[in-house]
Design a protein around this ligand. Sequence first.
Ligand code: GLC
Length: 747
Amino acid sequence: MPDLSLEQKAALVVGGGFWATASVEEAGILPVVLTDGPHGVRLQRTRVGALGIASSVPATCFPPAAGLASSWNPALVERVGVALGEESRAEGVGVLLGPGVNIKRSPLCGRNFEYFSEDPLLSGELGAAWVRGVQSRGIGASLKHFAANNQETNRMTVSAEVDERTLRELYLSAFERVVTREQPWTVMCSYNRINGVAAAENHWLLTEVLREEWGFRGLVVSDWGAVEHLGPALAAGLDLEMPGPQNDSVDAVVAAVRAGELDQVVLDTAVRRVRHLVDRAGGEFGGASGGEDSSSSTRFGAHHALAREAATESMVLLRNEGSLLPIDTAQAVGVIGEFARTPRIQGAGSSQVSATRIDTALDSIGALAPVEFAPGYSFDKRADEEQLRAEAVAVATRSDVVLLFVGLPAEDESEGYDRANLDLPVNQLRLIGAVVAANPRTVVILTNGGVVSLEPWHDSVPAIIETWLLGQAGGAALADVLFGRAAPSGRLAESIPLRVQDTPSYLNFPGDGDIVRYGEGIFVGYRYYETIELPVRYPFGFGLSYTTFAYSGLEVSHRGSIASVTVTNTGSRAGKEVVQLYISAPTGGISVPRRELRAFEKVSLDAGESVRVQFTLDSRAYSYWDVVSSGWVVAGGTYVVEVGSSAHEILDTATVVLPAPRPGRLTLDSRVSDFLGHPVTGPILTRAAAGEGESKNTNLLEMVSSMPMRRLMRFPGVGESFKRIGVLLALANNSAVRGIATFFHKR
Ligand code: GLC
């Protein structure tokens, strides 16, 4: 790159500020602004605080990922992405730092509000939709945090010890789906190490997998403060260290190149990617319009309406005994809980935005029906909780129906630290007991970014809505659902366990010091609960509506690549159903979850209406990651295709038989079982081992089946009887010889 000096190049691979890339004016290289976040634009125009947390410009606060994911609606998420892209452009932002697609390995993770799901397909599809929307407005996305950043405890130093199959099937899969589908402009590497190697310096992750396997063509940016040694990071595939400027980093890069420790080609490659980002950010859509423009009020108005629509689809109706909901406006409504008056609309940390306006539930409900309010509890620890509880009980006693708002106070969950339990605060648990005793017609409305336990009060409460964190329009959306002006259609994107001890990662979360063993492997969330048949309070994919649905006529054709099913609204109200397709793979040979989500579609149906939903399934839907061949393999056998309304509620099934993969080349290091399973050598060996007459020894081979052939042949007496092993290998590995042998074998 002749037009830049070594020093200028080195400066470009380090941020020019907390939120911008560097500029080289003499070369016409302008800075690009990168800022958070996944559910709203957090742009700080004032001087940045030490940790980059300061007040930010007004922006629409959409439901954070935990809520948005519960919509199971990629089209809606894409529209939110478009809105975020528009607000980014208006503020002169070039890259919006999202989406976060890390898997919810444990419900204790303090940052789960910012992630989509325990399932990689749902995370990947929604993450791809978010990227598609944002980038459609000429704003780059930053897919994060790559990879295996599944906890906040010691996040900058822990090593996620994860086997490759688990990485591929669970922790990389959502990133792969987004990268291969949408080519995000940037990918953000995570703070942590993966199997001992820092993500920022992980050549396997950033180059071999991300670029060489998945074909990523964008720029890899570090999480803020994730780089320890910029030279090795550049060599591994990182392109930009944030934040900047880090003068010692620049000097170190210059010195490393001059000393021949860092290849100039590596630096030029990173600089080329930075310049490509600059060009894109300044391209057709790009170019900061900056600051407020006259249409911002119009834009914010439209985006607030979209935030309300998104919130409506995000909340999950978990329980509605006796159809207590929807309530009618003639009823005397008791609204209890400070969250109704002081809503928690988002999570804490780098994603926190300054909402343009907030609809509280109390105001929104009060606009529809006469209400009486009591705070019931306080976020101020000095408050008189007993007095507050007594006031709440009095209101409950006078009400026809009680709307009881409980949830996690802001300090209970955040970026930067994890939770110690899944419990609601003690004062709120006491309040639930007192209010339900005073008035059994109580609806509990939950506000929380991460899963909370519904015990022990669950059975005493006839109706429960999990709203997660609903963004700035959540109060109005909730009022719409409570009074039936909108129907609930959210589905759980994460299982709700009965106990935290039941969670699959419980014994390995948050790990021992800096070592976090992903001992549960691929058995995360419902993959665990359904496989060991462990009851949960509510399963992945669960959610009620104000109507009911039936499934019929599941058909699978074209060797399992097409599946279709009819869904009917069998109730008296319009509603939306999330049709979920799972596949249950045969268990022979390798461990597999009871079922895995392989497709889904949200459909809107009027009362009595039916629709035929069709899914296209590729081979990956039937595959597992084979660590021996380092690739995706369809094991072959009988697969059960299941459609249902949750990971536990399967409503129709169909089977498909798929062929086993052609056997790989046999070698002396292949197991005896590989020889036995081979169509040519199997029968030969079985006959040879059976022996003659009474010496038939049918379980001899069973006993040695897991041994490598080379080791078996070292046993006295075995070697010579296998002296024709070379013939066996020729038969197995030579297609011509194999064809002849098979022909004669079959005669
Ligand atoms: C934070 C977060 C990341 C965010 C970045 C900039 O530490 O991990 O998600 O985009 O730094 O705020």
